[in-house]
Design a protein around this ligand. Sequence first.
Ligand code: OGA
Ligand code: NI
Length: 353
Amino acid sequence: MGEVDPAFIQDPEHRPKLSATEVEGIPLIDLSLINSPHSVTDPRVFEGLVAEIGNACKDWGFFQVINHGVLLEKRQRIEAAARKFFALPLEEKRKIRRDEGNVLGYYDTEHTKNVRDWKEVFDFTVEEPTLVPASPDPEDTEETEWYNQWPEYPPELRNACEEYAREVENLALKLMGLIALGLGLPKDRFNSYFKNQTSFLRLNHYPPCPSPQLALGVGRHKDGGALTVLAQDDVGGLEVKRKTDGVWIRVKPTPNAFIINVGDVIQVWSNERYESVEHRAMVNSEKERFSIPYFLNPAHYTQVKPLEELINEQNPAKYKPYCWGKFITHRKLSNFKKLNTENIQISHFKISE
Ligand code: OGA
Ligand code: NI
């Protein structure tokens, strides 16, 4: 990508300030316990860990995990394959370009002018195919299927992606178990939502940017799903908006760690005990950067609403139920049609006080 096209220039609201604070930042949590064979039978062993995760979800909406059990070899393999893929000529990558008919595959924002992100991405789902509503229209009950599009080169990309996805899925579901315990729920409380999951992964490539003060890799946003498990490389650039004062905090890369964040669905399920938090990715002028988020999402027919166990007369439901599949198809389609209307947000389902 060459000069910064005016379409990439972030409006002042979104423009990176050079003053992001480099502090210790988001909590770092050691997950050795969940991978130790001794802890399985006695739930008390988990108590400290459950509290740490609960506090991190409440105070930050973000944390990093180490000793998470995901095989380093699988991560290195997908990272290497992603590098090879993004290094291909544009014509080659665009053979598996996403379009209105298929929301999965490759896209670059240089050719999607009103997307103000300095990046290119490759999306694939965990379930093949993934069942979703055919349209965001609530009246329309028709379903459709999403299929992955794999590139010819590098040939190992597909298998690397599939194996990595399985590993990280395991971690994501274990974390959902710990989050459930922290909310005073049974460990398996969330399991059924992830049968027929609509989870997907994204390979992100942020090329070096000639004017990094004018653009962002990803503008500020919240993740719409349940939980995100992000692998970032050693370049760094992710920033999280600190809940206490709204200051942007840089997440320093920790080798082999994953960054976990709560998405909008957990915010609703927990009736705002845990909130999804804004984040963004900076670019820099010298180094390209890679990251791989795993977006853990429920089945499309899930009616997302505050869990019965967490509401009562003193603490009534803060959201009306909404259909996850309608929400996600609405977002995917409006990204294509580049509608000027505001994208769908969970705040649209908020019950006013
Ligand atoms: C995302 C995201 C951050 C990063 O893709 O939703 O927040 O560091 N990415 O790439
Ligand atoms: Ni995100």
